[in-house]
Ligand binder design. Sequence first.
Ligand code: SAM
Length: 231
Amino acid sequence: MKLSKRLWAVAQYVKKEARVADIGSDHAHLPIWLAREGDLAFAVAGEVVKGPYDNAVDEVKQADLSERIAVRLGDGLDVINRSDQIDTITICGMGGQLISDILQRGIASGRFKQTERLILQPNVGEAQLRAFLTSIHYEIVAEEILEDQEHIYEIIVAEPATEPAQLSIDEQIFGKFLMREKSAIFKKKWQAEHDKLDYILGQLDQARDDVTENVANIKEQQRHIKEMIQS
Ligand code: SAM
């Protein structure tokens, strides 16, 4: 099985002998790869939708990994129990808001102990997710930005904070590590966001209502982006 570049990058942040809960596992590609190529001790592949759940069951059976990967049908972290002794949670390919909701519900149900390493790959809503992680006293310990099949993805790795964690507005929006590194892909992503705002400005230009405030907001966002990618 060939893992996508995106999930391969996520896999690099899973520690040896980890006990992983992969939530929204779809085909269980990530835990299967970790069991074959890494040093996975145990994984739960959680899925809330029956079709992807069935796919995961089939793929794990075919890979002959049913003893090390438990595929379970259920919402978010409801699929894990204390006896699973999960130490790593991966949630990939969802929006930042949905990832935050899953973690928040996990706190309420007691299934997310807040000691686990989190490896998250939001498709959108990265800033909101970073703010949420800070609010639950997690600190971001690594970030990565990569391009796979013409999409740009961010990976956020977080662990319980050793001291009260705080993020500046820039760190929330752009990512503490990513804004320091300012890779070519980072610049490409933010140039594209800048261009999207240009398009919105063009639309607003044709509006009949008073959009002065919206225009000023968007121009301010563009100025902020330019400052970040040009400095
Ligand atoms: N994690 C895989 C990846 O990154 O390639 C699959 C990503 S797929 C876009 C998102 C998956 O999350 C879908 O299979 C969907 O059914 C599942 N999902 C969405 N909400 C969920 C929830 N609350 N609990 C468990 N799975 C969920």
